[in-house]
Design a protein around this ligand. Structure first.
Ligand SMILES: Cc1cc2nc3c(=O)[nH]c(=O)nc-3n(C[C@H](O)[C@H](O)[C@H](O)COP(=O)(O)OP(=O)(O)OC[C@H]3O[C@@H](n4cnc5c(N)ncnc54)[C@H](O)[C@@H]3O)c2cc1C
Length: 507
């Protein structure tokens, strides 16, 4: 009989791990608390409008191709990806803007208009990043966490030092370009790791590099369609996904995971358990204190968590001929004082924000002539005590009033449907600790060997996958993590002879 694996949560990490394991011949059951798959990328429907709720930027399509290919499937048959080009318009506090694009001639023409030496500076930076990516991706992202000493392998040191880990992301881009607009345009993704560029490690310069080199993509039908496509592949290969099925605790015999206990009281036996629920929340909800090891409530109280996000999902009876992705970098992005660098207070004056206008690339989520907008503003996580019952309506009005900064005029006259999320929504409806949507932040003391590992340190047969554990948050990272998780399961719980790799090509 095939070994049974129970997976708690159908977020991206849970789904990708399930597809890898079912393809290898494991009997996989996924238990998801919500009524749909995808977790933060599950999306929502409002009348004739469909919205992505979380991720809107897809990097490195090859990771998804590989996920489906190892299962003997063709990703494009399940979910086509559309290129977004130019991929992001960044508008600055001084009313100038930059269109980020993989077309380097177009990019450099814009840089030359800012300062004549910038195209050459860009070439130097790009060549250096190309080398770093080639040397650094595999040892630092492509492998499971190692001990601190394991990170100091002699042959990998040149790659590590090439990242100049003692520099911040801000310093990295300032040294390269000496223009604050470019510094923030390229380092803004750090926000999505829970860090201000002046606090974030320079190694994250690889994210803008990946986008400039490889582009940004949009799954047709949205990211919710991507989640559904992976779920379909799982069930096509014989895996089972149970929706509306919260897990109440991990079933244990001593320090051995033996399955999951559902909220109905039913126990489902399994040889191994993979938890995709948010790490901090799931440790506290699903494990008794005696087997948590160092992950006590105090441990989490001492850690740094990312910002949360205020979200508006608007169905509109008109379209805006504006870019798919736009970021407004307000003057406040340049402030170095708290709360501007740690998102500890609500900025109701001049916050940076992001708007996704996906209908220009993919009109499938709105009726003809209509569109959807997704507005994201970084806000404090729930640990900072903003009273959203009090603030929500006023902040919504304020955010709508800022949309003309990105060219979205008179939006209020065209709203047909509207949904608003605060930090409390992420915390309560998505089971995210503190509503900190980008998880444990990614400072040097919470990365690599200092981040919770995938294979449980305290319970045999228990694995964690998702944005809060190694290597970190974001889809590309989590897809790598799913590969590592499947490898751990395979080495700890090998399949007997004829059930090995029967369904896919194996990993
Ligand atoms: C607004 C926003 C924008 C983002 N933008 C991007 C982007 O553009 N690009 C990018 O790469 N990343 C982006 N991210 C980050 C990305 O969405 C997350 O890193 C990713 O979704 C986290 O996935 P995960 O595998 O950790 O699972 P999650 O998405 O957290 O899903 C976990 C699932 O587990 C379920 N669960 C929890 N507890 C239980 C239980 N006890 N029983 C059963 N089920 C349970 C939950 O209901 C949930 O469905 C964004 C996130 C947000 C919120």
């Amino acid at each position: 009989m095939a070994k049974r694996i129970a997976i708690v949560g159908a977020g991206p990490g849970g789904l990708a791990t399930a597809l890898r394991l079912v393809a290898q011949g494991y009997a996989v059951e996924v238990f998801e608390a919500r009524d749909r798959v995808g977790g933060r990328m599950g999306g929502l429907d409002q009348g004739p409008y469909g919205f992505d709720t979380g991720p809107t930027i897809l990097q490195l399509p090859r990771l998804y191709d590989d996920l489906f290919a190892q299962a003997g499937l063709n990703r494009a048959d399940y979910i086509p990806f559309l290129p977004v080009e130019p991929y992001t318009r960044v508008r600055f506090w001084d009313h100038t803007h930059l269109d980020l694009t993989t077309d380097q001639d177009q990019l450099k023409a814009q840089l030359a208009a800012i300062r004549p030496d910038l195209p050459a500076a860009f070439d130097r930076w790009y060549a250096q990043q190309q080398r770093q990516y080639a040397r650094g991706y595999e040892p630092y992202l492509g492998q499971p966490a190692r001990s601190l000493l394991g990170y100091l392998k002699l042959e990998e040191l040149p790659a590590a030092l090439g990242f100049r880990p003692w520099e911040t992301l801000y310093q990295h881009f300032w040294n390269a370009f000496r223009d604050e607009r470019l510094v923030y345009a390229f380092s803004y993704p750090a926000k999505y790791l829970g860090m201000h560029p002046t606090l974030s490690a320079s190694v994250f310069s690889l994210i803008p590099y990946v986008e400039l080199a490889d582009g940004v993509w949009h799954p047709q039908g949205g990211f919710r369609a991507l989640a559904q496509a992976i779920a379909r592949a799982i069930t096509d290969l014989g895996g089972r996904i149970h929706l509306n099925c919260p897990v109440q605790q991990i079933a244990l015999r001593g320090r051995q995971a033996t399955g999951v206990v559902l909220s109905t009281g039913e126990t489902v036996a399994a040889d191994g358990v993979v938890v995709n629920g948010d790490f901090a929340r799931a440790v506290q909800d699903l494990l008794p204190p005696a087997v948590r090891g160092k992950y006590s409530d105090r441990y989490f109280a001492r850690k740094q968590f990312s910002c949360s996000t205020f979200m508006l999902y608007l169905g509109l009876n008109r379209r805006y001929d504006l870019p798919h992705h736009q970021i407004y970098l307000s003057a406040h992005i340049r402030r170095r004082d708290r709360p501007f660098i740690d998102d500890s207070a609500l900025d109701a004056v001049d916050p940076p924000f992001y708007v996704c206008n996906p209908t220009v690339t993919d009109p499938t989520s709105a009726p003809p002539g209509h569109s959807t907008l997704y507005v994201l503003v970084p806000i404090p996580h729930t640990g900072y005590g903003v009273d959203w019952a009090q603030e929500k309506q006023a902040y919504r009005d304020f955010v709508i009033s800022r949309l003309p900064k990105l060219g979205f005029d008179n939006v209020v006259d065209h709203i047909q449907t509207e949904t608003c999320y605060t930090a409390n929504t992420w915390q309560d409806a998505y089971s995210v600790y503190l509503g900190a949507v980008f998880n444990l932040s990614h400072g040097l003391t919470q990365l690599g060997p200092f981040r919770p590992p995938i294979r449980s340190e305290t319970v045999t047969g228990l694995y964690w996958v998702g944005g809060a554990v190694h290597p970190g948050s974001g889809l590309m990272t989590i897809l790598e993590a799913a590969k590592h998780t499947a490898q751990f399961v395979r080495s700890d719980l090998p399949l007997s002879g004829n059930s090995t790799g029967t369904k896919g090509a194996g990993s």
